[in-house]
Design a protein around this ligand. Sequence first.
Ligand code: ARG
Length: 635
Amino acid sequence: MPPESLIGSTPTASFDPAALLAGRFTAAIRAAYPDLVGDADPLIAPNKNPKLGDFQCNAAMGLSKRVGKSPRDVAAALLAQVKLDDLCEPLGPNAVAGPGFINLTLKATAIAELTAAFDNGSLGIPKPANPQTVVVDLCGVNLAKEMHVGHLRSTIIGDAVARVFERLGWNVSRQNHLGDWGLPIAMVTGKLMREIDAGRADLSTLRLSDTDRLYKLAQAECKTDTPIGTVVKKYSAQVTPKLLAEWPDELAAVEKAEAALTEARKTLVKLQSKDTATMKVWQRVVDITIAACAENCKNLGAIVLPEHTAGESSYADELAGVVDDLLSRGIAEVNDGAVIVKLDKPEWGGIPEPCLIRKSDGGFLYATTDLAGIRRRVRKLGGSRLVYCVDARQSLHFAQVFAVCNRAGYSSPAAGGAPATMIHAAFGMVLGEDNRPFKTRSGENVKLADLITEATERSAAEIRKKNPEMAEGDIPAIAHAVGIAAIKYTDLSVERIKDYVFSFDRMVAFEGNTGPYLLYAYARTRSLARKATEAGHSMTSGALVLGEAAERALALAILRYPEALRQTADNAEPHRLCQFLYDLAGAYSSFYTNCPILQAPDEATRASRLRLCDLTSRVLADGLTCLGIPLVERM
Ligand code: ARG
């Protein structure tokens, strides 16, 4: 806990001077204008001109209209009330600038006091007394298919969001909503069974690359929506002997595809009725998919384990109940033989497209499964917040299922109480350097494993170039970490809704806003610590003295950490944490350049600077770990 004197006016313990100032000015606004109706944001911001102070309070302008006084008068009234003497340097005659900005310079001793209090083991993040539960939907791979670049973002972003919530003391449930049910799955399962019967496949030696190939073949075999197939479907009654004679091959192909589709539908029925022989083959494909996914995620340093799998199949038995429940309560209605939920009224969400929950042939949909999923996540897993890290192209889908759940109460605990907050943490696409969806030269999806290999190889080359003296044996492990840092940081550091261009050259660079740069900044703090320790200095015992501008800027950067984590969690936006870490690395770099550390002018200054280094190092490590980026001690 920070010292009483500094946190006295904030409701929650905070080490962040911006939050402390906000508390002080909120109180001052209330004291100066007791009759003010509604809240008033104290509008504390980092000072636009650091020469004028560390922060500024911009509340006077907005308040001026509400209280009928000039902004400068309001500023003066706030200054007459606000208690700042323990926190800020005395305000000079120029404290109020321009139309009514109040410039604030923190006392170096106050920053030091806050920083020392922050340095309490948990880096300014208290354990919540009553932790809530967040359910994070991540990865979402599909059965039988190899993981490719499309699954990268959901896995990386989802893992980072989960880690940040864990760090903040929440209970976190990761859910890998494996696409393991429905007609496409029946297609590949049936195909595989025929291959086994024909002696061309063997369950005991089957690998994901085999099922991936069979998946594509099965899709192609069942493809009835070819141009001619579509015509045949529409005009089936008019397929005359004459036509047959004219288009023999095309029509035969359509017939074959229709037959394959009928076969797949039969397999689906067998799956749905848990037919033993069919389930045995299906289960094997599930196991292979999950094992390969776990392996890929491990390689990527993302925590997605087999036990996090809650596939679509796990909801299969609940879907009929969901539809019946919604029908019986008049929330869903039958429309042309199908079942839909209308959402167009403003109180239902104002979404023009209704949510389809049962097809006219009786089949359930992706949306039906997600409705059951939300109900389970809230009522069984206890989620008060559900975060879905899924492609932005599914925005309508999530808007619809969230709206249906709110209408039906599925997003509220069974015993009543506030509905869970549901967030679609939507992300953009990964593009190639041609600005089109990232593909291999031959137009295939890029496999995740190949990406990691290439990033690692390129990192190794970079490391050899930078560190000719590094032992060859040390390189592979470091290169792997740097490669993973490069891939992940590129993905996490852009605002997630945006597309980004995948460029190995850029992401592996040791300079600029990249993963390797941040790892390098961390490795530098470690190398300094090794040198200091060898020379017999303590890294942790110094009293902080923040005389230099670069020291003070570094301490202020460090103190923003808890807020950066909170904002990252609240918005499910890891780029906020990335930006924080990049700023911190920048502040450290100017500190390192401007303030001699081991060669400091006196013992007390050296001890203080070493402690700042150590603190920076721990915050960098903590933040990188929250992003799922592995650390290296040297590079
Ligand atoms: N398997 C889905 C896909 O590939 C993603 C699953 C996302 N999660 C969910 N609860 N719908 O598009």
